[in-house]
Design a protein around this ligand. Structure first.
Ligand code: EPZ
Length: 428
């Protein structure tokens, strides 16, 4: 299995192009199952999660055409999905287990075919991650749902019907699945306490260009008037705010200066304001933003993860790493997932001073220096946190299980090396 080797101590300077957002691209891809016409997505990131979802979509009957394209001076991919007929409504365990986001086929298949058998994705390193909210909302729309032998069997007689859904907690996946299901339902669906993440808005915008009627985008109340048919569309994937936030932390932790091209500062308003509070300079430009931590004194500051527009759980591990070398202490509180401090034991091995309290919070006290070590993380964002620590640690850090990074960070080592990091992949 590949590893990444980082030798710490380089200040990062230069430009990084931000790719299309993984967490937007995945539901956009499954939305293509809602029509028999072609759906073209540009600015697609080059990631293993995208490839895994393609395998699932192909077995459902999608024909997928992929083209290389240069967009804003940056190499990207354009995907066209055409699903004339659904070949099977079964999403099997062998494929679903590789990627949780496979559950995004649930809403579209149920809406188009009236039935679906989806292997339950199960828990993962960051928590139990149940699907109960997706399922109870679909039941309200008339679906009959049973769990048998690890599979969700969902069926609907004729067509899903509009319903009033109030999510008891904000769920990104639940909101996306419901949005897709409701587009082809009979009547109007209202979703209260809907997720407002930019990736959800991006999905709603694609659905609208496919002919859906959705109101309230970007607010916590979404209203969807069902239509009889959706058509093909072209859509550009939004920039990846988590990738941009992660590289912003890389500039900060190395006290460097990086321009993040194609990043969208509006989608990162809370992390940007936090970075300013800890002492980093941030300047918006026409094509993204510049993060300048040259000669900055970075101070410890508390943070709590929350649904958008709050501080994202997907940047918590990276911020924890940044706080390990800050001046002072920081209380990090994780409210979205119950087990998202898996990076902490590895950071401790690199000399960080962190105390975890229960499952929900960690106190980080800044240390003068981290030291390189061989480390391993159990999820994507935790792995990036270890790369960040490696960038400032004394000596060499080897990050194992690189496949986590390949799921969500396009050309990570190339992008970091281009701004001066001493980083390389060791093929094994
Ligand atoms: C999405 O996961 C993202 N994944 C996650 O990104 C992200 O961390 C998360 O949203 C929160 O922003 C994708 O977009 C593919 P949720 P999702 O439903 O949709 C609980 C990354 O690193 N819940 O908003 O699965 C759940 O357990 C990943 O890129 C239920 O209890 O998250 C969690 O505590 C990791 N029942 C909370 O709600 C349900 O039916 C929020 O989860 C659904 C969720």
């Amino acid at each position: 299995m590949d590893k990444i080797k980082v030798i710490g101590g380089k200040k990062l300077e230069g430009k990084i192009y931000i790719s299309g957002a993984k967490n937007a691209a995945l539901p956009l891809m499954t939305a293509a199952l809602l029509t028999d016409e072609p759906v073209t997505l540009t600015n697609m990131p080059i990631l293993s999660d995208i490839n895994s979802l393609c395998v699932l979509l192909e077995q459902h009957g999608s024909k997928i055409e992929v083209k290389d394209e240069i967009l804003d001076n940056h190499e990207t991919k354009t995907y066209t999905f055409t699903t004339k007929k659904i070949k099977t409504t079964k999403a099997p365990y062998e494929i679903v287990r590789k990627m949780r986001a496979s559950y995004y086929v649930l809403g579209p298949l149920l809406a188009r075919e009236g039935k679906v058998e989806l292997s339950l994705p199960g828990g993962c390193a960051i928590g139990a991650r149940p699907m109960d909210l997706h399922l109870s909302a679909l039941e309200k729309m008339g679906a009959k749902i049973e769990i048998k032998k690890g599979y969700v069997h969902a069926k609907v007689r004729k067509r899903l019907k509009g319903a009033h859904i109030i999510f008891p907690k904000v769920t990104v996946g639940g909101t996306c699945n419901l949005l897709m299901a409701a587009t082809l339902a009979k009547g109007t669906t209202k979703i209260e306490n809907a997720a407002k993440e930019p990736e959800v808005n991006d999905l709603a915008n694609l659905l609208i260009s496919m002919g859906a009627k959705i109101y309230g985008i970007g607010t916590s109340i979404l209203t969807i008037e069902g239509v009889d048919k959706l058509h093909g569309a072209n859509h550009k994937v939004v920039p990846d705010r988590i990738e941009a936030g992660s590289y912003a932390m890389a500039a900060a932790i190395t006290r460097g200066k990086i321009e993040l091209i194609n990043a969208c500062p509006r989608d990162l308003a809370t992390p940007i304001s936090l970075l300013r509070d800890i002492g980093v300079k941030i300047e918006e430009t026409k094509r993204g933003f510049i993060i300048d931590a040259n000669k900055c004194k970075i101070i410890g500051k508390d943070v709590m993860t929350e649904p958008f527009p709050g501080f994202p759980t997907d940047l918590q591990a990276q911020f924890t790493a940044l706080m390990t070398t800050a001046d002072g202490a920081s209380l990090i509180t994780e409210t979205i997932f119950e087990n998202r401090f898996m990076h902490v034991p590895e950071l401790l091995r690199m000399g960080a001073d962190i105390n975890i309290h229960g499952h929900g919070s960690a106190i980080v006290r800044g240390v003068k220096k981290l030291s390189g070590a061989e480390v391993m993380a159990t999820d994507l964002r935790a792995s990036f946190a270890l790369i960040l620590a490696g960038l400032v640690a004394d000596g060499t850090t080897i990050v194992n299980r690189v496949y986590h990074l390949d799921r969500g960070y396009e050309k990570l080592e190339e992008k970091l090396a281009a701004v001066g990091a001493n980083i390389k992949r060791i093929k094994e």
